[in-house]
Design a protein around this ligand. Structure first.
Ligand code: MN
Ligand code: ZN
Length: 500
């Protein structure tokens, strides 16, 4: 789906057209170019600010229609707040605030990318551009008509007026690919489950070949041959066959040890024979948010030609109740050889991940593995929807994820692991069982996964609270948030990419 909102760059001195967006600080001060563009209209702004008690607080806006003295239809003043406290991520949010003000009919928009201290730096202007596109995203491909009062499609051509057009374009080039990756992930999460089943998901992932990604699709026969009995046990209850997709981006040193990302891709989770209650079951179309993130991340890395070798691996299944579905009490043998007693068929994500983690650990011997999974409701009980839960066997990796989480706003909170929790998943019949008690449910899930990573440095992100249905933010109004793409892209860029 082409973006309805396009963003480009023009020189700071360009004459504004259509709607004009300008930034002020918490003293209501503008930059010099903005002052010139406003001219005598600055007085109207001042009066409007007083009437509306607008003080330039970060994220606050002032909207003036048909401002006298200017050849524009609308003037939007966006508060940037106290400039000394602004971080990179705040520019992304400012872009989101700008896009949040755009209305159908605002076809041409000029944004003066300037603060009272001067033109924004190229990377700051690029972040504003990214924020505009992230906020403007809307998943409406299945709406054939608009209800009364519902917004007509937003179409806008946004020009960011910047000090150095070439530098801003250069800074935005990787950012635009990262936004594309986030949008790819959001689209996948938002798609309905009758459209996006494992085979179709695999087909969409294979489109990454256009970007130079090697994509290998393991069908049921191939997975049987590998002995992926844990994943296949989940898949067997559905008429839609399961798939595992391996994506490889080789942008680093030839043959160099890769980094690896693994995603849970349960395209729909009914719970299986341990069926879920009906209320909100439709949300379980998003139980592939981890896999969606991995595809979006691989898109971002490949499109911006990251200097890294990266493996993305996703386990795709549908968890259905059926005459052929697995039962509580079944014992399955995972690819690792370890046996698992199924207690609750709704604890299926860890079964899928068990085989994919093991496969990646053995086949690629990566520097590290990060898996993402909408794994447990318990993580929402613990952390709400603001942080993803992080579990790791490696302090350095955990520390880096925490850092990039704070920088990107896709935050993670480290949770404990420990052998004491293992008792909960001891089984009287098999090597382990697939659920523990209600207490510490997200921790015992992580303990379970840890048994399939061997000694590989590993982090597990439980994104049940952040991947879908999280509260709307400045840069996301979509149900599927695309959480994790920006986080892991930054992790690679900061720590694992060969520097130019
Ligand atoms: Mn489940
Ligand atoms: Zn699930």
């Amino acid at each position: 789906m082409p973006d309805a909102v396009k963003v480009g760059f023009v020189p700071l001195s360009s004459a504004p057209r259509g709607s004009l967006v300008v930034f002020c600080d918490d003293g209501l001060k503008f930059g010099a170019a903005t002052d010139r563009a406003l001219g005598a209209t600055a007085n109207i702004v001042k009066r409007a600010a007083e009437t509306n008690q607008f003080k330039g607080k970060n994220g606050a806006t002032l909207d003036i229609l048909a401002p006298q003295g200017l050849k524009i239809s609308r003037l939007i003043v966006v508060g940037a707040g106290k400039l000394s406290t602004l971080k990179d991520n705040d520019f992304l949010k400012l872009g989101g605030v700008v896009a949040g003000k755009l209305r159908p009919g605002n076809n041409a928009v000029t944004v003066i990318a300037e603060l009272s201290t001067g033109a924004m730096k190229p990377d700051q202007a690029a972040a504003v551009a990214s924020g505009i596109r992230l906020r403007a995203y809307k998943f409406d491909r299945y709406k054939t008509k608009k209800k009364d009062g519902e917004d007509a499609a937003l179409r806008a051509d946004v020009s960011l007026a910047v000090g150095d057009v070439a530098a801003a374009r250069k800074a935005f080039a990787p950012g635009a690919h990262i936004v594309d990756g986030v949008i790819t992930a959001r689209d996948l999460v938002n798609e309905p489950p009758n459209v996006l089943f494992p085979v179709e998901f695999a087909r969409r992932a294979s489109q990454l070949r256009k970007l130079g990604v090697e994509v290998e699709i393991l069908d049921v026969k191939a997975m049987m041959k590998l002995g992926m009995g844990a994943l296949l046990g989940v898949a067997q209850g559905s008429t839609q066959p399961g798939r595992t997709v391996i994506m490889r981006w080789n942008g680093g040193k030839r043959g160099g040890q890769p980094v690896a990302f693994i995603g849970k891709g349960v395209c729909f989770d009914t719970g299986g024979i341990s069926i879920k209650p009906a209320a909100s079951m439709e949300d379980m179309k998003g139980d592939m948010g981890g896999a969606a993130c991995v595809v979006g991340l691989m898109h971002a890395l490949a499109a911006r030609k990251a200097k890294v070798n990266a493996v993305g691996a996703i386990g795709l299944v549908e968890n259905m109740p059926d005459g052929n579905a697995q039962r509580p009490g079944d014992i399955v043998t995972s690819m690792s050889g370890q046996t698992i007693e199924i207690i609750n068929t709704d604890a299926e994500g860890r079964l899928v991940l068990a085989d994919v983690l093991w496969y990646v650990a053995k086949k690629f011997k990566p520097k590290f593995m990060v898996d993402l999974a909408t794994l447990t409701g318990a993580i929402m009980v613990a952390l709400g929807t603001e942080y993803a839960g992080m579990f790791s066997n490696n302090d350095q990796l955990a520390g880096r994820l925490t850092e990039v989480g704070l920088a990107t706003g896709e935050r993670v909170w480290r949770m404990p692991l420990g052998p004491e929790y293992d008792k909960q998943i001891d089984s009287q019949f098999a090597d382990m069982k697939n659920t523990g008690s209600r207490n510490g449910g997200s921790i015992t899930a992580a303990q379970f996964l840890q048994r399939f990573v061997d000694d590989t440095p590993w982090a597990h992100l439980d994104i049940a609270g952040t991947a879908m249905g999280a509260p709307k933010t400045e840069i996301n109004q979509s149900w599927g948030s695309g959480y994790g793409v920006r986080l892991l892209e930054r992790l690679v860029a900061e720590y694992y990419e060969a520097k130019k």
